[in-house]
Write a protein that binds this ligand. Sequence first.
Ligand code: CS2
Length: 498
Amino acid sequence: MKEVISLSQSNLSQLPKDITYPTYDRSKVKCGIVHVGVGGFHRSHEAFYTDELLGLGASADWGICGVGLREADRKLRDILKSQDYLYTLIVKHPDGKTENRVIGSLVDFLMGCDDPVSVIDRMASPETKIVSLTITEGGYNVDPVTGEFDFSTTGAKHDLENPLQPKLVFGFLTSALRKRRDAGIPAFTVQSCDNIQHNGNLTRKMLLGFAREQDPELAKWIEREVCFPNGMVDRITPVTTAADMDYLTSQKSLRDDWPVTCEPFTQWVIEDKFSNGRPEWEAVGAQFVPDVTPYEKMKLRLLNAGHSVLGLLGSIHGFESIDECASNELFAKYLRAFMDSEATPVLDAVEGVDLDDYKDTLLERFSNPNIKDNLARICLESSSKLPVFLIPTITENLKQGGSIKYATLVIAAWCYYSDKGMSKDGEKLEIVDEMKEALHQAAAGTSKNKLSFLNLKPVFGELIQSKTFTDEYSRMVGMLYENPDIASQMQAMLKQTQ
Ligand code: CS2
C-alpha cells in the first residue's frame, strides 16, 4: 500500500497527479479579506473563487484570514492550522467522477473567543479591505417582530458595554471600524454571503443599529464610508462525512482531516459596491451586476425553498437525502408543481435567465446521486430559513389570489415534524433550531387547536390572519395528523390539478 501523506504545504509536491494544488507563492499572500464563519460553504465558494484568482497570478493582496467567533469553530481551526490552512475540495459530478483540488487561499485563522483584540486588530489593519460573512440566516441578530437589531440577548448587552471584548460579529465590526476611523485608515467593505434577501442591506441595518446605540458618531461615519454589497451565492455543499475522508486516504493516499465536498455548479452574483477595492472575481466566473435583487429572489425562492419543500416532506416520508427525494417521481413532480404554480408567478424576470431552464437545472442538481445532501442539514434552523425561503411566496400569492396549497403542506409537515419529532414510520427526526422549544410547544398544541403552530409570530408574522391560508392549513394539518402518509396527500393534490 502507498504511504499516506498528511496535507501540508511542504507535502504538496508529493500529491498524486490528479489532485491539483496551489502553485502560487502562498508565503506572499496577504489577507485582504477577513472572513467570519468558515464553514463548508465558505470553503467551497468564496475561498474557491479566491484560490482560482490567486492561481491566475492576480494580485497576492487577496488572501483570506478566517475568523471563528464560537468555541465550536475551534476544531476546524486546529485542523486547518495543522495543515497550513490547506484543505481538499472534492467536487462530485453526477456521473461518479470527482475532481480534487487543494485550496490555498486561506492563509490564517484567528479565534475571536480566545483573543478578541487580535481579531479587531486584524480587521483594522490597512491590509484588510473586505470583511466577509457566512454567519447563517439566523446570525444577524434581527428582532423578528420589529425587524430592528435585537438588544435583548445577553451577547448584544455584553457587546454594547465591552467594545474590546466583543462576542458578536457586530461588536467586532464596530470596534474595528472605530479603530480604522481613528487611525485615518479607509473603511473596509462588509460583504454578506448568507442566503438572505438583500443580505448587504440587512447587514448594514443591523450594524448601524448596533453602532448607533454604542457610538452614534461612529455610526454616522459607518453610514458614509462602509459599503455593503448585496450578493447571491450558490453551491450545494453537504456536510463532510467520514466516508469523504476515507475516500482521500484510501484512493488518494492523502490524509486531510476536514475536506469539503460540493457539486460542480457554482454561482456568485454581486453588486459592484466596494468601499476599498475588491478582487477581480469576475475573472474566475463571478458576475458583477448593478442590482442583484432578481437573482437573489430566484435563488432563495426556487433553490432554497425547493430544498425546504423536499427536506420537510421527505423527512416525514422517511427519506434521508435530497437526491433520494429528487429522484422519486412523485416528489420531483410535486417540487416542479410548487415551483411552477406558486414560486414562479411571484418572481421578477431575471435578465439573461430562462426560468424554465433554471428549474430544470435545479432538479438535475438535486438529483446528483453523489451529493448525499442530508435532509437533516436542510431542516436545521428552519425557523430562520422558512421566513426567507418559503413564507414570502405564500404571502405574495395570498395578495394576488394565487395558489398556496403546495407550500401550505410544507408548513403542515414542519408542524408535524416539530410536534412529533419523527417520520410517518416513527423514525426519530432531530429538531436542530434556535427556536426548538418554542417550535415544539406551538406545534404540540395542534391536536387541541389546529392553528396553534401559526401563533409563532416571529416565524409566521400575520399569516394567521388570512382565512384563505388558515382554511387550507387546517385541512392539511388535520389530514396529516390523521394519516401521516404524506405521499398520499401529495399524490392527491397533484391529481386535483390534472
Ligand atoms: C440550503 C442551502 O441551508 C439550506 O437549507 O438550501 O444551504 C443551499 O444548499 C445553498 O444555499 C446552496 O447554494
